[in-house]
Design a protein around this ligand. Sequence first.
Ligand SMILES: Cc1ncc(COP(=O)(O)O)c(C=O)c1O
Length: 351
Amino acid sequence: METERYFLPHIAWMEGYVPGEQPREAGFIKLNTNENPYPPSPLVVERLLGACNEGLRKYPDPGATGVRQRLSRLFGVELEQAMVGNGSDELLNIALRCFAGPGDSVVYPYPTYAYYEKLIQLQGARSVQVDFGEDFSLPESILVPGARLTLLSNPNSPSGTLLSVEEVEKVAARAEGLVLIDEAYVDFAAGGCLELLGRYPNVIFTRTMSKSFSLAGMRLGFGFAPAELVAGMWKVKDHYNVNQLSLVAAEAALDDLEHMRANAARIQATRQRLKGRLRELGFYVWDSQANFVLARTPGPSAAGLYEGLKERRILVRYFAQRRLEDCLRISIGTDGEINALLEVLEELLKK
Ligand SMILES: Cc1ncc(COP(=O)(O)O)c(C=O)c1O
């Protein structure tokens, strides 16, 4: 490509991240990007409608004070320990920009959220992938001498598996650099690791409103870290990184935690049912603590099942990559959506 020469070489050669499909036409059952099948709190919609007025001519609060005050109160952290981003992807992006430069090692277990690798490449940093155990346990080799940053998705995507606080604490205590714990799916899990915030100076947490709060479209992520780290990371963000409507939506969502919790509980119940039925059908299903499950097929090709489901307008995620070639990742939908998925899967398996 003629224009390649204009780009920095490491950008020219890298391939961009490919998000899950967002079909243009209606009528798909979308179980491919871990969105929440239930609507956000009615309070979010009500406050958003109220905020669509002439006030939009002004810039939003660059400090996202209203959201951070709520986070501080709800999670028992200091205001200065809370940060807000345009999706948690932005907070991950800021972390990489702050902490990893050309040639620096950034470690993460494999397979995990594929965007980590792209962010590392963008920095010209060195990606150090350490294979998870077969059961998605964390190997000792995750402690890489000299690593600037270790990234842990917990629960992990695409396996849904959860590392215990003790396992994560061992990494935080022994890692030479920072440890970022990506808790995007924590509200669907038995528990998170936030208690480590006060105990270790090198831990950073990211969370999101995209999954449990049903607000993927608003792009609202938040995070916690020791105050000095937050202050440093704040220098790197765009001044007005979160738009006014997203701030309004986030405040409302945090004012109605009950709504989120009730939806998370419904999703956990459907997850349990889906896991059970997939196992009866012969799939190997890892023990997911997230709003999706990873299932290894009992024989037929996973790519074939993915295509067969897509023909019937059901989208799941297939990753053509090492260790996942024979697996499908299925987001938890409504009970009706999961029934439809199971019906088609059973038909495909009979063929
Ligand atoms: C593990 C993990 N972290 C972070 C994100 C980013 O979420 P968002 O940018 O919507 O907050 C995702 C999205 O799918 C994810 O799977």
